[in-house]
Design a protein around this ligand. Structure first.
Ligand code: KG4
Ligand code: ZN
Length: 381
């Protein structure tokens, strides 16, 4: 008999529920995104996020059960994101999970959201029938996080999904997360929210059209210099460089205004915005993306070399970036490293990864008591 866990995720701006069997087979996964609500503010508004989670949590859980063809009583346990995240958002999931567990008489497993992102990679590789070798280095790169961990098996027994992992923190961002830098640069250039997917597509189209990155005339970014830990990141300087560059070059104002108008009219696809971007803007976007990708890849590969990793795992919203995927693929192969990414759906916040992460903790008896609380600053190492 398989063990079926209902995962619940509400740490940021996605209300999600999923059912995963034995920590690796996704029976259903439902994500209600709040993007349309936060878009006009250019970022997540915590008060609006928790209110929306309250509205969505019950229908999203019901939908996850319906898609899996299961009833509440056929669930063996509930896994819920305890942190890190926005306290008001986390509280909705934690409170709902606690009430549900009590009502059903099922165990409740508190899950670290970051550990969920690590498990997302293993869920994906299970679908592909591949087993990533450990030890690995995992880069978690999203709108809220840019973190590097060493990942090792926690137990020698069982298959990968039941063993659980041990983590050692190697580094993290000292200021903005990489996804936050994408979102802030997109905001400065009036490219909409979230910024990552549009910048990704515009940079790809600029490259496909043969427009080379204009490193001589436009804004170019040198390598990010950081004193101390070589596995730390810093992206606020890149964002500030874009801000100052735009202030010094008023010639960008006209097209920025034109794009703002397009966004207000709901024309926010890359194909809508591309004709409204000058070659100079496309060059700036490409250079920005190259700088971020180069920094993420270089530090991750260095960490992999130093820790003797066999594998690189990349997870979180920015893991969907095509330039990042290409760069990791081309630079890790000559070093004999395998690199794994989740699909787009498993890269961004979802509850399947929470249910998968809950499984080894359930097997180890690590269940919550009735005083479980949300932990906005929870760490895994
Ligand atoms: O993991 P996620 O859904 O939420 C958290 O922040 O936890 O990540 C969202 C972030 C946003 O900052 C978004 O701009 C970025 O991931 N993102 C991307 C891409 N798709 C999403 N960044 C770069 N390229 C992409 N294709
Ligand atoms: Zn996340």
């Amino acid at each position: 008999m398989s063990i079926r866990i209902l995962g619940i995720e509400s740490s940021c701006d996605e209300t999600a529920a999923a059912i995963v069997a034995d920590g690796r087979d996704i029976l259903s996964s439902v994500v209600a995104s709040q993007m349309d609500i936060h878009r006009k503010y250019g970022g997540v508004v915590p008060e609006l996020a928790s209110r929306e989670h309250l509205r969505q949590i019950v229908p999203v859980v019901r939908e996850a059960l319906a898609q899996a063809g299961l009833s509440f009583t056929e669930i063996d346990a509930i896994g819920v994101t305890q942190g890190p995240g926005l306290v008001g958002s986390l509280l909705v999931g934690v409170t709902y999970g606690k009430v549900l567990a009590l009502e059903l008489g099922k165990p409740l497993v508190p899950v670290n959201h970051l550990e969920g992102h690590v498990h997302a990679v293993f869920l994906e590789s299970h679908i592909a029938g591949i087993t990533p070798e450990l030890p690995a280095v995992c880069l978690i790169v999203s709108g809220g996080h840019t973190l590097l961990y060493q990942v090792q098996p926690r137990s020698e027994n069982g298959n990968l999904s039941s063993r659980g992992f041990l983590y050692r923190r190697l580094g993290g961002t000292r200021d903005d997360a990489a996804g936050e830098a994408y979102d802030k640069v997109a905001r400065l250039l009036a490219l909409g929210y979230p910024g990552g997917p549009v910048i990704d597509q515009l940079a790809a189209r600029a490259a496909a059209s043969g427009a080379p990155p204009n490193s001589k005339d436009g804004l170019s970014f040198g390598p990010v210099k950081i004193k101390g830990n070589p596995y730390d990141f810093s992206f606020s300087g890149i964002k500030t460089a874009v801000l100052y560059y735009l202030r010094e070059h008023p010639e960008f104002e006209g097209e920025i205004e034109a794009r703002r108008l397009a966004l207000q009219q709901g024309r926010r696809k890359a194909s809508d915005l591309l004709p409204l971007c000058s070659p100079e803007t496309l060059s700036l976007i490409s250079n920005f993306q190259s700088a971020v990708v180069h920094d993420l890849v270089t530090r991750t590969l260095a960490a992999a070399a130093e820790t003797g990793a066999r594998t690189i795992l990349v997870s979180g919203g920015v893991a969907a970036n095509s330039a990042l995927r290409d760069a990791f693929a081309s630079k890790s192969a000559p070093l004999g490293l395998n690199v794994f990414f989740p699909s787009r759906a498993l890269s961004t916040d979802n509850a399947a990864m929470i249910a998968a992460a809950a499984y080894p903790h359930l097997l180890a008896g690590e269940v919550a008591s009735s005083d479980l609380n949300a932990e906005p600053n929870l760490r895994i190492a």
